[in-house]
Design a protein around this ligand. Structure first.
Ligand code: TYC
Length: 107
């Protein structure tokens, strides 16, 4: 008998239902940079270029958007990748004495 695709709680009792979207694929997470008054614009652009692989032009656009609007999208990733990128930004910010923060939200 052919089984329907997609989440089936009765067959997957050990799988966390809230970790699955309608497609059955693992969820993606949006990573946002948050504005603050102390991190330099150059440092934010550097983080976007080196950790999020943005071009200089795109990184500058995102940085200015965050500066004006309060937060902006740096990228969309699997949970483990999003967590690693946020940890890297926070570590670089700490080393350089900046309060720059990132957050992630499930799509
Ligand atoms: N607001 C900062 C300044 O005026 C620049 C900045 C932009 C800081 C984006 C954080 O995520 C940020 N120096």
């Amino acid at each position: 008998m052919v089984q329907p695709e997609g989440p089936n709680p009765q067959q997957n009792e050990d799988v966390a239902i809230d970790e699955r979207c309608e497609t059955g694929r693992p969820p993606l997470y949006r990573v946002f940079l948050l504005n603050d008054d102390y991190t330099t614009m150059d440092f934010v652009v550097l983080m976007l270029e080196t950790i999020f692989h943005k071009s200089a032009v795109e990184a500058t656009h995102i940085m200015l958007f965050v500066h004006k609007q309060g937060r902006g999208l740096a990228g969309v990733f699997d949970r483990e990748i999003a967590e690693a990128k946020i940890a890297e930004v926070h570590e670089q910010a700490r080393i350089n004495g900046f309060p720059l923060r990132c957050i992630m939200e499930k799509e």
